[in-house]
Write a protein that binds this ligand. Structure first.
Ligand SMILES: Nc1nc2c(ncn2[C@@H]2O[C@H](COP(=O)(O)OP(=O)(O)OP(=O)(O)O)[C@@H](O)[C@H]2O)c(=O)[nH]1
Length: 512
């Protein structure tokens, strides 16, 4: 899948280097007047749920927004709120409505990541959401992460909707660290936002923080793959994770029921948190997510004729049709409502709380890094900066430093933190450990080879020495034999000549 690879408008005052290569961005700013069939909300049951759902719905429900605006603009209504002359009612009860109006005016920014193994229908699902193709499926995509931007308008209010697609996930031969691409993307966007906030002009900040991740699970009767469990575990700590069963039409009703229970059990045992950021405060209002997950979905961007002869979004089979928005077949409609009607604000606001935690953690890390680099010299700094860190900063109680901390943040900037993130990257660490292990194995092998070689050399040398000694012996024996022969020869000559040369005999004897 499927991107033209066009770049996001770089209207941010500062260009931040991307730490992870291989991201591609597809910008499709589109306008869609939201269709009424998306906005006919289910009636909420509990009052709290009702209130939250109203809050969310005001961002996408144009009708609701218009009614509120007219009431706010109506001076009569405004007067009514302060009509109580003894000062008991000063109109505070209108604050939630004012807040709603403000949100409706500014719109809302929502980023959804669709993750899961390749071919499970992520693209089709996103394109089914709004009755319009947000993701083009005809362009071949080789990047592991693609971002699509769109603006969805409904009666004046608008939703800036980003989709992060992860095409080809799980297709590699070695999937040990495939999850890292998604996790790094999420972390990088949070980090980028923290550093953008430190810029003087914050009006043009680009916010691509991910608010929610739909994790697509293979419809199967054999539980969940290890790759999915590991990836969900990693994602759940960084983003509101919602597991979904993809292509639910491939399972029978009973199989689907059993599979859902199995997934819930695996998720419980593996301690994977669904919508982790919701916390206790919104739990009551978001019970539907916790009761319903994993949502079973069937996706299709095609229209078919149903039993009643109506034109509906669905899939056509030889045996009949499946309406994807019919709750008899799957949870597509409920998931759509959960995301856009009921919990849009919860998803966005809970991510903001997580962001604040990340931000304070990051600032703390930068201060500690500044302290460490005084001893390790791992960061380049001027003499003046070094002197400042040594003399002015109190690293024992960082709160004491107050605004002086900003000087540290200046030294430990984004480039330094990107490097730190790379060094802390689990794949980097594992590969580093692997490389060290392989190096040790190789050097051990070479050392033992060298030892064997030395030993065999010594043995050879001993053999040679022995051979030399043997040859010396042989030589000596031969010499003796030669002398014997010479002696015998002389004796033989003297007996033949009868004239023994006594002097020669004496000489020979002396030689022996
Ligand atoms: N039976 C069935 N098929 C589906 C469903 N959703 C999508 N498909 C089909 O599955 C195939 C793959 O769909 P995609 O949407 O491209 O899958 P993807 O997850 O985006 O795939 P990658 O981009 O490779 O990650 C297409 O032929 C779709 O028509 C579904 O709910 N049921």
């Amino acid at each position: 899948m499927k991107s033209k690879g066009s770049q996001l408008p770089t209207d941010c005052p500062v260009e931040f280097p991307k730490m992870i290569s291989g991201f591609s961005e597809e910008v499709k700013v589109r306008k869609q007047v939201s269709q009424s069939q998306h906005l006919d909300y289910l009636q909420p049951t509990s009052p709290e749920l009702k209130h939250r759902r109203q809050r969310s719905s005001s961002f996408v429900n144009g009708k609701c927004r218009n009614r509120d605006i007219s009431s706010l603009n109506d001076n009569k209504n405004a007067e009514e709120t302060i009509s109580n002359s003894n000062g008991q009612d000063i109109g505070i009860r209108n604050l939630p409505r004012q807040r709603e109006l403000l949100n409706a005016k500014n719109g809302i920014h929502f980023t959804l990541m669709v993750a899961g193994q390749s071919g499970l229908g992520k693209t089709t699902f996103v394109n089914s959401l709004f009755s319009m193709p947000l993701i083009s499926s005809d362009i071949e995509e080789t990047k592991p992460i693609v971002r699509y931007k769109s603006v969805i308008e409904g009666d004046g209010t608008h939703l800036r909707f980003n989709v992060i697609d992860t095409p080809g996930f799980g297709n590699s031969m070695d999937n040990a660290f495939t999850w890292r691409t998604m996790v790094n993307y999420i972390d990088e966007e949070v980090r980028s936002y923290i550093f953008q906030e430190e810029q003087p002009d914050r009006t043009k900040m680009i916010d691509n923080r991910v608010h929610c991740c739909l994790y697509f699970l293979k419809p199967s009767k054999k539980g969940i793959d290890t790759l999915d469990i590991i990836t969900m575990k990693k994602l759940a700590t960084r983003v509101n994770l919602i597991p979904v069963i993809a292509k639910a039409d491939l399972l029978t009703k009973d199989e689907l029921k059993t599979f859902k229970m199995e997934i819930r059990e695996i998720i419980r045992v593996q301690d994977i948190s669904v919508c982790n950021f919701f916390g206790n405060t919104v739990l009551n209002a978001t019970q539907d997510i916790f009761q319903k997950y994993p949502f079973s979905i069937i996706s299709s961007s095609e229209y078919v004729l149903n039993e009643k002869g109506e034109n509906v979004k669905g899939r056509q089979y030889k045996w009949g049709t499946v309406e994807i928005e019919n709750e008899r077949y799957c949870d597509f409609k409920i998931l759509q409502k959960t995301l856009f009607d009921w919990h849009l604000v919860d998803l966005v606001e809970s991510t903001q709380e997580y962001y604040e935690k990340c931000r304070s953690e990051m600032l703390r890390t930068r201060l500690l890094k500044a302290r460490d680099c005084l001893t390790t010299n791992c960061v380049e700094m001027t003499e003046e900066q070094r002197k400042f860190l040594q003399e002015e900063m109190n690293f024992e109680d960082i709160e004491e430093n107050k605004l002086k901390n900003y000087k540290c943040y200046e030294i430990i900037n984004k480039a330094v933190m990107d490097k730190v993130a790379t060094e802390w990257d689990p794949e980097f660490i594992t590969r580093q450990l692997d490389a060290k292990k392989r190096f040790n194995e190789l050097s051990n092998r070479e050392i033992s080879k060298f030892r064997d070689w030395k030993k065999s050399l010594f043995m050879e040398q001993e053999n040679f020495n022995q051979e030399i000694e043997d040859l010396n012996h042989q030589l000596e024996n031969l010499q003796l034999e030669c002398q014997d022969l010479e002696y015998k020869l002389l004796i033989g000559k003297s007996s033949n000549n009868n004239s023994t040369d006594s002097a020669t005999l004496v000489n020979v004897r002396i030689k022996r």
